[in-house]
Design a protein around this ligand. Structure first.
Ligand code: ATP
Ligand code: MG
Length: 441
């Protein structure tokens, strides 16, 4: 992509109401445009990141055996009257009336709708377990939308819903999502710690929030440092191996990790002092077993082998896809700007032509652009006539993992300069070696 033809409205300053760094950086780099309180347009640079996150989430859900679908944003109030939540949900629900005076709502979540779909088609225990998911925009009329996309009103969520015959089987479905989340966040280039969360009325230990540590986080968190050293299950993990699922679960839950609401000061004090972490975190995911909370009132039942009817046991599993864009920046930036983890970066490499008017430099930059693209790289090519200083600043600000610079000195020597955005390391290499070097780490 040639920068001169791209839409990248970079600005020098962020508005004063952008109080946290990710919000400031997202506005300054022209990733998003605020259209109203907690409502954003995703401009081209931001949209690329959002799509990358969505795709990684999709691949990891699919790998764990969940099945993708898509439910609408608008829902009928009647479904929510069946579960009792139409009244309970309160002011966060955006209620709408259509021209026929039917009560509708913009979905804040989809338990009722998926339960309705399930009960309409699934009749036998033989079809279970099943896990259906989608990635769809939600609306929650938050009292105080803030921190940019991290607490928006309209936001993109991945939500999955599992259906099992009983609690024991639901536990396995839960552990499957637990393992899938660890792989997902690891691929996204962040450390998200599973923490005991409020299980609601059912009780039990099957409610975890996944939090990324960041000073601007809204939740106070407490954990044992050792939990950070447990590696993710990895790409070869067998999601059908029930013993492996329960091992993965136990390997982490043996260490203390809880948010404020579930914090047990006494248990925490029992951890050796140098291992105690007291910090703040951003919730990027929440997995939850809720038993028959929706299936009982909505009559989602399956025929059992003894021909009796069994009310199914459900769980729901959310990931804040749009929130993650901000959360990743919170966890990965420096004074010069964003530092994208390679997997979610809007481009793989930024190519800077220092003097596009100089025929030798211009030609070398064009050659590098073609070679990078032939090597399968997604390139943002700054061939604008801006001065070199501002070009470097802008490239640092938007934070692509690699920068390749073509300047008069290098052209004479037949070399390009390759800079690693995270480490700041610069190498003078011939073009082919520079491209090969980008694949090394
Ligand atoms: P929070 O405690 O942050 O309000 P929640 O517990 O209400 O979130 P869930 O219902 O568990 O959220 O939703 C699943 C995920 O959706 C959350 O883990 C979070 O990452 C994301 N999410 C929730 N509310 C918002 C929001 N207002 N803006 C952006 N993402 C959100
Ligand atoms: Mg939650």
């Amino acid at each position: 992509m040639r920068l001169s033809r791209f839409f990248l409205p970079v600005t020098k300053d962020a508005p004063a109401d952008a109080t946290i760094i990710s919000h400031q950086l997202m506005l300054r780099t022209g990733m998003v445009r605020q259209n109203g309180a907690g409502i954003y347009s995703w401009l081209p640079l931001g949209y690329r990141v959002l799509k990358k996150i969505e795709q990684i989430v999709r691949e990891e859900m699919d790998r764990a055996g969940a099945i993708e679908m898509l439910m609408p944003t608008l829902q009928q109030a009647d479904l929510w009257r069946e579960s009792g939540r139409y009244e309970d949900y309160g002011q966060e629900m955006l209620r709408i009336t259509d021209r026929h005076d039917r009560d509708m709502l913009y979905g804040p979540t989809n338990e009722e709708m998926i339960t309705d779909i399930f009960r309409s088609y699934v009749k036998s225990y033989k079809q279970l377990p099943i896990n259906l998911y989608h990635q769809q925009w939600k609306f929650r009329d938050e009292v105080r939308p803030r921190f940019g996309v991290m607490r928006g009103r309209e936001f993109l969520m991945k939500d999955a819903y599992s259906f099992d015959v009983d609690e024991q089987s639901a536990r396995i479905s839960y552990q499957r999502m637990f393992a899938a989340y660890l792989n997902t966040f690891s691929r996204l280039g962040v450390t998200a710690i599973p923490m005991q969360a409020d299980p609601g009325p059912i009780g039990g230990d099957l409610s975890h929030e996944f939090l990324i540590l960041a000073s601007s986080g809204e939740s106070a968190v407490f954990c044992d440092r050792n939990i950070l050293n447990v590696p993710p299950p990895g790409a070869n993990f067998d999601f059908n191996d029930e013993a492996a699922l329960s091992d993965e679960f136990a390997r982490r839950t043996q260490y203390y990790a809880a948010t404020e609401e579930k914090h047990d000061a006494e248990a925490f004090a029992g951890i050796p002092e140098d291992r105690r972490i007291e910090a703040r975190g951003v919730e990027v995911g929440h997995i939850f077993y809720f038993g028959t909370k929706y299936s009982a009132p909505m009559k989602a039942e399956v025929q059992m082998p003894d021909s009796g009817l069994q009310t199914i046991h459900g769980g729901s599993y959310g990931i804040g896809v749009s929130r993650l864009v901000g959360a990743i920046i919170e966890a990965s930036h420096d004074d010069s700007g964003i530092i994208w983890p390679a997997a979610v970066s809007p481009f793989d490499v930024g190519l800077i032509s220092m003097k596009p008017d100089d025929p030798a430099v211009g030609a070398a930059a064009e050659q590098a652009y073609q070679a990078l693209m032939s090597a399968g790289k997604d390139v943002l090519y700054d061939e604008t006539s801006d001065r070199a200083g501002p070009k470097f600043k802008r490239m640092d600000l938007i934070g692509l993992p690699w920068q390749m610079t073509i300047g008069p000195r290098g052209v004479k020597e037949g070399k390009v300069e390759l800079k690693n955005r995270a480490s700041g390391e610069k190498l003078d290499l011939i073009l082919d070696a520079a491209i090969a070097h980008m694949d090394k780490d």
